[in-house]
Write a protein that binds this ligand. Structure first.
Ligand code: TUI
Length: 309
């Protein structure tokens, strides 16, 4: 089989990347994904510099394989996270939820391979010019912070617009989705929701169960008015938020306050009623808890069989 450019770039066996899920993607999940031959990522979103360093050290102890860090650009700890990534000689980072321009030079000078998550063609082109080694084109089927374009429409347009490899994300959870992504020109896939239900994922069991039980129409996007729309499973939180958001007299600060801490409440405390259970639209396809190894080898086996490789 032809060599895969993402496997070559990252030094991994399978072209499968785990999403950098805030409050969820810890050292244990990242190491499990990397040990299974994919690229595991630690989410830096919720950690200050020292907490992130601790997670990195933990992952280093759990795997000899390459793993990375996801830098969520709206994080209050973004500056510290960039410094820690450089100091700890992390090989690869993914950036998301913003424009990484400010941090590109520092990361590149430290020898970090930077892969940018984008939701539009212009940002894909811009990040290629800034020195990104690959692009993750994330469609709005995905969970968490979302753009406006679907994976089906976004991936081929990004593929045509850049000369670096493109990784597809959003709405992919099985071999069919992976094969479809490759047909659109992607060279790898990133999955969040699928790994959220992995046996090695430490998300609160209530959250995991809610994802496992979810059907196709159980997610909703809220927060458009705040400028950072988020897809999550429907619950009391999204219902109340929606009501307040559609009332134009509700000040933005009240909405911001409602959103703050909601993901932590669901992911760590297990409050899946008033917390935010960020999740992709593919949840209806994710019905069983599997090990990372089962997930990765299964999806690649099925996808490559469909592609006749
Ligand atoms: O970042 C994500 N997904 C996320 S981050 C997150 S944590 C969070 N917590 C509380 C509230 C909100 C978020 C949960 N899920 N995915 C990558 C992604 N990036 N999706 C879309 C984008 C994106 C969107 C607009 C990237 C850049 C952009 O515009 C950049 C600009 O300024 O031009």
């Amino acid at each position: 089989m032809e060599k895969n450019p993402i496997c070559e770039l990252l030094g991994v066996e399978y072209p499968v990347i785990q999403g950098g899920m805030a409050w969820i993607a810890d050292a244990e999940l990242a190491a499990a994904v990397s040990n299974a031959g994919g690229l595991g990522l630690i989410a830096a979103m919720n950690s200050n510099g020292e907490q992130l360093r601790e997670q990195i050290k933990k992952a280093k102890a759990l795997t000899d394989k390459p793993f990375g860090v996801n830098l969520m650009l709206m994080s209050p700890f973004i500056e510290e996270a960039v410094d820690v990534v450089c100091e700890e000689k992390i090989k690869v980072v993914t950036t998301g939820a913003g424009n990484p321009a400010k941090y590109m030079e520092k990361l590149k000078n430290a020898g970090v391979t930077v892969i940018c998550v984008v939701a539009s063609v212009p940002l894909a082109v811009m990040t290629e010019r800034m020195g990104a080694s690959a692009i993750i084109a994330e469609g709005c089927e995905s969970g968490g912070h979302v753009g406006e374009t679907t994976t089906m429409a976004l991936v081929p347009q990004v593929v045509d617009a850049v000369n670096i490899p493109v990784i597809a994300a959003g709405g992919i959870a099985d071999g069919r989705g992976m094969a479809a992504a490759f047909m659109l020109g992607a060279k790898a896939v990133q999955m969040g929701t699928r790994f959220l239900t992995a046996r090695e994922c430490n998300v609160h069991p209530n959250y995991k169960e809610k994802v496992l039980k979810a059907k196709d129409r159980d997610t909703i996007v809220t927060g458009k008015r705040l400028g950072h729309p988020v897809r999550a499973l429907k619950n009391r939180m999204t219902r109340d938020f929606n009501e307040m958001e559609s009332d134009s007299t509700t000040p933005a600060e009240v909405l911001e306050k409602m959103g703050a801490g909601a993901l932590r409440r669901a992911a760590i405390e297990g409050d899946v009623k008033t917390g935010s259970c960020m999740c992709g639209q593919i949840a209806g396809l994710v019905n069983s808890e599997n090990t990372c190894e089962e997930i990765i080898t299964g999806i690649c086996r099925d996808a490559f069989a469909l592609m006749g490789a």
